[in-house]
Structures are given as structure tokens and as C-alpha cells.
Unconditional design. Sequence first.
Length: 200
Amino acid sequence: MSEPEKTMTREAAWELLKTYNKDPFHLQHALTVEGVMRWFARDLGYGAEEDFWGIVGLLHDIDFEQYPDEHCIKAPELLKAGGAGEALIHAVCSHGYELTVEIKPEHPMEKVLYAADELTGLIWAVAIIRPSKSVQDMEVKSVKKKYKAANFAAGCSRPVIEKGTAMLGWELDTLIEKTILAMRSCEASVNAFMAETASS
């Protein structure tokens, strides 16, 4: 991605996120999507941009907690105030494509965010009802079964997931499998961080 984006450190991004987000659920989701985006960067051959992919994931819902009715509309203002560059802003806002904004995902990273964001929520919902409470032993078929139940995790938009999958040129099973692997890669660190935060 473009050079200016490197000026925002991960630490600065985290502080910016916490300025507008206090709910543990939203912070956990942000950390999860950060970890997922980092995994996808490595998996898809963009390892040199892993930090940028991760920061986009971390900040993707920056405006959702305080401005749910202006999601991806208020974000540019908040991100600019925090020193974000145009590529980061475009990437964050593109996951609201045809929902709240007309900013189309263009870079593979933006397409991954668009497709995987909603899916991480659904996979997490599947995980918490499993005996293990974890994605470590989860299989694609477990997610597919719940995916087909429209009343399960109804807030996780199947049409968005499917549109994002099509943007990537993948099969749905491929996206689910990769997203499970991505969530496995960061589950322990996210859980440990949230536990530490809760006890401090």
C-alpha cells in the first residue's frame, strides 16, 4: 500500500480505537479481525503489508459503537483526526459498500475485510456454543450447518459474506476454511488480552 499509511503505528491505532470504543465485545471483535487480517496478509502473499492489513482490521468498526447509524460515514472524520492516510480510510470504509457507502472494495485486502468481517462474527457465535468454546477444533461443516440457519447469528449478513466471496473469486467453503484458520491463529492472544484487560 502507499507509503503514508506506515506513519500510523499499531499502538497509535489501538489508542485511536479506544477513544471511540469501550464495549469489550467491540474491542474483542476489533482484535479478532486484526488477527484475521494479519493471517490473510501472510496467506495471500502480502506479508510485507501485514501491519497495514492488521491496522485496517483493528480500526474497521471505529465509528460503530458511538455512531451506529453513520457506520463507515463518520469513520473518515475520526480516522483523519487520528492521523490516518487515504488508503487506510478507503479500506476501512469499503466494508460498508452498498450498505451505508458506495466505496467499493478494490484491493484484495479490502475484499477480504468485506467478506471475512461478518463471517468472523458468525464463526465466533458457533464457537461459544461448542463444548470447547473455541475455534481450534472447529470444522467447516459445523459453520455451514449454522450458516444455513437464518435465525442463528441473524445479525451476520449472509448476503454480504456471499458478495465478498464472489469478489474474491472463491467458493464459500474456501472462505470459511481460511477464516477458521485465521481465527485459530489469534484466538489465544485475543482471549489473553481481553482477560488481562478485564482484570486490570
